[in-house]
Design a protein around this ligand. Structure first.
Ligand code: MN
Length: 459
């Protein structure tokens, strides 16, 4: 199948395969919508017509399964990371157009975000309504190269958004603008296809436009159109664009907000976006990502896996696959599958992984016969191939995630577990038991349907 390029095409695909749940009109925007979306998380995407009486519908849970993401990209699940790596290495420049569906309707005067858009409130202690699935596009003020990132956006006023900008690429462009005594022009893009969402989370260098990675994944240049009030170029087929500026001087209270580790990100003074214009399609669809749900975790996890796999393979070509598990919030706990060549190598690989991303807190290294996507398999490898006095590596007082509440202001420990077989073990000692023909047997050829109630007659 060809890669999915618009939100509406993806909703069609989900609907045709019984993976889109449609709510009765009028589900409440405060907690009620998130409650339903969370109950369906991992099973179905959800569509909410007239949420809280608002004319604009909301969708959520577009990619709450890793296999769906592979499907949207037109690859098999085992080919997901390789495809993403290939696209990240071979970005495709965007194609500028002059008219776009996303600019069919224009709101310039008297902007009131809560009236224009059905912006939900998700978790219990969230400070209020948040735009959580907005791609924040900004431009390097020196060379015009764009960046894409998702920042949480709190509604601070009718035309003001509070924004958490961590010290990454948007922050770099903002600092450049500040040095020129300018605000940073941005566009918040809501309602794109799952591939563009995933590409926005690529671990790419500064001045690598994530929209070009989306184009590579689509297999066609992303059509983009210039914003009406600034120079940012936005995807032409998106549902909604909020044009504005990150103000260089203003700071307002933002948070708390339910984040991916299943805890709240703290309240503090943050940057502010002044909204200048809102453009939409005719009858647009609003997308929301419920904080801490699978959609949230997978969008961050898959690009991290792809970059970690590339990083490790450079030093260790015998690394076969990596996986960031759900229990480790798809950020902190990494499983690495290797074809072991020498003793001690697993510990070098652990150190490589810790160096690859500061979020990584635990690394388990296993052999090629262990399925790293199955937490039970990984636990079995630890149970039968690992001894703590011999195979455990602990590194204290190192940099970790600031959102990990057990860390002290981002300072924490790393733990590595070598759960690989010793190369010198006798052949039978670590050989997994197996019944010949188990995978190949066709049960329908062997079993007699409906015979169970008459089992005595079959004796
Ligand atoms: Mn970037």
């Amino acid at each position: 199948m060809a890669p999915i390029t618009t939100l509406r095409d993806w909703l069609d695909r989900l609907a045709a395969t019984d993976r889109l749940a449609v709510a009765r009109p009028g589900v409440g925007l405060v907690h009620q919508l998130a409650a339903v979306a969370n109950r369906l998380d991992g099973h179905k995407a959800s569509l909410f017509p007239r949420p809280g009486g608002h004319a604009m519908p909301v969708v959520s849970g577009l990619t709450s399964d890793r296999n769906w993401m592979a499907e949207a990209m037109g690859v098999t699940p085992s080919g997901l990371l390789a495809r993403f790596q290939q696209a990240a290495a071979n970005p495709l420049p965007c194609a500028e157009v002059t008219t776009a569906p996303v600019q069919q309707v224009v709101h310039r005067d008297g902007i009131d975000l809560m009236r224009l858009l059905p912006i939900p409130t998700h978790n219990e202690l969230d400070s209020g309504a948040y735009i959580s699935a907005g791609l924040c596009l900004s431009r390097n003020p020196h060379n015009g190269i764009q960046n894409v990132a998702i920042h949480r956006l709190q509604v601070n006023g009718p035309d003001r958004l509070g924004v958490l900008i961590l010290p990454r690429h948007t922050m770099s462009y903002l600092q450049m603008a500040e040095e020129m005594s300018q605000d940073l022009e941005v566009a918040i893009v809501i309602g794109v296809d799952p591939i563009t969402l995933l590409a926005s989370q690529a671990i790419a260098p500064l001045d690598a436009d994530e929209m070009e990675i989306a184009g590579a994944l689509h297999g066609a240049p992303m059509p983009v159109v210039k914003c009406l009030t600034n120079a940012v170029r936005v995807p032409a087929h998106a549902e909604i664009v909020i044009e504005g500026r990150v103000l260089r001087e203003a700071r307002e209270e933002e948070g708390p907000f339910g984040e991916f580790p299943q805890y709240y990100g703290e309240r503090a003074k943050r940057h502010v976006i002044q909204v200048d214009c809102v453009t939409t399609r005719q009858a647009p669809i609003f997308h929301t990502i419920v904080g801490g749900g699978l959609e949230h975790l997978l969008l961050g996890g898959i690009p991290r896996e792809a970059s970690m796999l590339s990083h490790l393979k450079r030093s260790f070509p015998n690394v076969l696959d990596v996986h960031l598990g759900r229990g480790g919030v798809m950020r902190y706990h990494l499983a690495v599958q290797i074809r072991k060549r020498s003793e001690g190598e697993a510990k070098n690989i652990m150190m490589g992984a810790f160096a690859g991303h500061y979020d990584i807190k635990q690394v388990v290294v296993v052999d090629e016969d262990v399925d790293i996507h199955d937490p039970t398999e990984v636990e079995w490898a630890i149970a039968t191939r690992f001894q703590a006095d011999r195979d455990l590596l602990v590194v204290g007082h190192s940099q970790g995630s600031r959102l990990d509440p057990s860390a002290e202001d981002g300072l924490g420990a790393k733990m590595g577990l070598d759960a690989t077989r010793p190369l010198t073990a006798p052949p039978l000692k670590f050989k997994r038991i197996a019944v010949p023909g188990q995978d190949a047997v066709r049960l329908q050829d062997v079993l007699e349907a409906g015979a169970a109630t008459g089992w005595r007659d079959r004796l």
